[in-house]
Design a protein around this ligand. Structure first.
Ligand code: SF4
Length: 335
């Protein structure tokens, strides 16, 4: 299983899964941040974007993710103040230049984006901004792998861990997983040759009966990770239980803003906890994210669910497995 959606897209784009199909079956993991953001978090962002006093700011792909009724693009078309930025510090600057607006940054992601979001909070605190907050939905990779490996339906024999996440957090936590479950893990990059090498390293471990953490992405990942980034995250966030889209609540699998920075936590500032939403029954994204099914096993794939009219987040995101299958395997759709 490759964890990261970026890795999935490379595998699909270059046909690596087809190339190796006789020997290795690749399944796609829960490593797309947009895909695992719970529907109710999207609905909370939509509720904020509809407020006349709020400017909601996020990365571009979040605008197309469907909530239970609509998406942020439609709220923007209806007059909501919704903006796209490339960096959370752009949102801080916006709050600084528009003191009459309540600027909320919709901050989703894995360990990779958490340092930048932490820095935005620290910067806003240093500037004593009273009109900036973040709606944070951060999840952590190792607890998701632990959930997956603990499932009686698990069929994954080796993992390609996400190189960018490990660039930040290092490899220590993956050692714990290997010790617990005796499953090989190779930290991999994102180019075709990276993934081929990572797969080869995993196969070698399996053939030799080894289960270790190995690092294919040596040009970026060090064992201890990026200490300053980890310290920034630890200052602003604490580890908490988190709900994952389709997967439900996973213990200690996410980050929440510490009490010290509660003034920058949109959930507390706007009292959003009352917005609760059920997942749609038709979308089998949970099965896809756990590697139990392929996107093409979904009855809606390529018919009722397309990138233009997505039913679920894995079809929306540029990192989503369903979008990857649609983009590179349209010929495989027989319905
Ligand atoms: S094809 Fe669409 S409906 Fe089916 S699992 Fe993927 S996102 Fe969900």
């Amino acid at each position: 299983m490759e964890i990261c959606g970026g890795q999935t897209h490379t595998l699909m784009r270059y046909g690596i899964d087809e190339l190796l199909a006789d020997a290795v079956q690749l399944v796609h993991g829960p490593g797309c941040p947009v895909c695992v953001t719970p529907l109710e978090t999207i609905d909370r962002a939509l509720a904020l974007a509809r407020r006349p006093d709020v400017t909601l700011v996020s990365y571009g792909d979040m605008l197309r993710v469907p909530g239970s009724e609509t998406d942020l693009f439609h709220v923007k078309a209806e007059g909501g103040d919704v903006r796209v930025v490339y960096s959370p510090t752009d949102a801080v600057q916006l709050a600084r230049s528009r003191p009459e607006r309540k600027v909320v940054f919709f901050a989703v992601g894995f360990e990779t984006t958490a340092p930048a979001h932490a820095m935005a909070v620290l910067q806003a605190d240093r500037l004593t901004l009273k009109n900036f907050s973040i709606l944070a939905s951060h999840v952590l990779v190792p607890p998701a792998i632990r959930t997956l490996l603990g499932s009686p339906r698990n069929r994954v024999q080796g993992f390609i861990a996400p190189g960018h996440v490990c660039t930040v957090v290092g490899m220590r936590e993956y050692d714990d997983l290997v010790g617990e479950f005796h499953v090989p893990i190779v930290v991999g990059g994102f180019e075709p040759v990276d993934l081929l090498e990572a797969i080869r390293m995993l196969v070698m471990q399996l053939e030799e009966g080894r289960a270790e953490v190995e690092n294919q992405y040596v040009r970026s990942v060090q064992y201890e990770g990026n200490k300053p980034a980890q310290e920034a995250v630890a200052r602003v966030f604490e580890i908490a239980d988190r709900k994952w889209r389709g997967l439900g609540s996973i213990p200690v699998s996410g980050l929440r803003i510490r009490e010290r920075y509660a003034a920058f936590d949109a959930e507390r500032v706007f009292e959003l906890a009352t917005v609760c939403t059920e997942e749609p029954a038709e979308c089998i994204s949970a099965e896809v994210l756990l590697g139990h099914k392929k996107p093409t096993d979904c009855a809606a794939f390529g018919t009722r669910c397309t990138p233009e009219r997505p039913l679920g987040a894995p079809m929306v995101s540029s990192e989503g497995a369903c979008a990857a299958y649609y983009q590179y395997r349209r010929h495989a759709v027989t319905r």
